[in-house]
Write a protein that binds this ligand. Structure first.
Ligand code: GLN
Length: 196
């Protein structure tokens, strides 16, 4: 199995390591490649869009048309996971910050997101979350977004203080936090969505 981590900006290496560990735990043979070039995502079985700055990640993936490769991969039935900024980029609708910055979104996940939703007081924090299908995990939030509205195909997997922080739509996973920093359970769940 080959998993691509979109490596244009953000916490790319942490996702590579968490994915490798998850593969080992599941006994899956394969490779994990961080990429900022065309032609890698399209030859992968799954793709991860990390956290970072959604404005920057968006600009770079659209400029290089990695965006088209991600859309095509998902349309061919392969899984994609977006965490934090990656969740924002995957979404269909953004908030006024997304509009103001003219950030292009992939529009694959039928949700509306709000950037930096926890405000300045709680820019980053760690908490325990109960995530459906995954179980209890530690979750690290860093200037995290939230999901404000979900379409009818979207299943809510986790909430924190009444706010939606993890969703699934078929093989599309969107998380407001950073699982790669604290657990491999989410990556294991994600890999199980991919066919070898
Ligand atoms: N605040 C960032 C954004 O809106 C996301 C932060 C993150 O990915 N850790 O793009």
């Amino acid at each position: 199995m080959r998993v691509a981590v979109v490596g244009v900006q953000g916490d790319v290496e942490e996702h590579v390591l968490a994915t490798k560990k998850a593969m080992r735990n599941l006994g899956i043979e394969g490779e994990v490649v961080a990429t900022r070039r065309k032609g890698v995502v399209s030859k992968s079985d799954a793709v991860i869009i990390p956290g970072g700055e959604s404005t920057t990640i968006s600009k770079l993936i659209f400029a290089d048309s990695i965006s088209n490769e991600i859309v095509e991969l998902v349309e061919s039935g392969k899984p994609v996971m977006g965490t934090c900024a990656g969740l924002i980029v995957l979404s269909k609708f953004g908030d006024e910050q997304v509009e103001k910055t003219k950030t292009k979104l992939l529009g694959l996940l039928d949700v509306k997101v709000k950037r930096n939703a926890f405000g300045r007081q709680r820019e980053s924090f760690q908490t325990t979350l109960e995530m459906k299908k995954v179980g209890k995990i530690d979750a690290v939030f860093i200037r995290a977004p939230i999901v404000e509205e979900v379409g009818k195909e979207v299943e809510i997997l986790a909430e924190f203080e009444g706010r939606i922080v993890a969703v699934q739509q078929g093989k599309i996973l969107g998380l407001a936090f950073h699982p790669e920093l604290s657990t491999t359970k989410v990556h294991e769940f994600f890999l199980n969505l991919a066919e070898p």
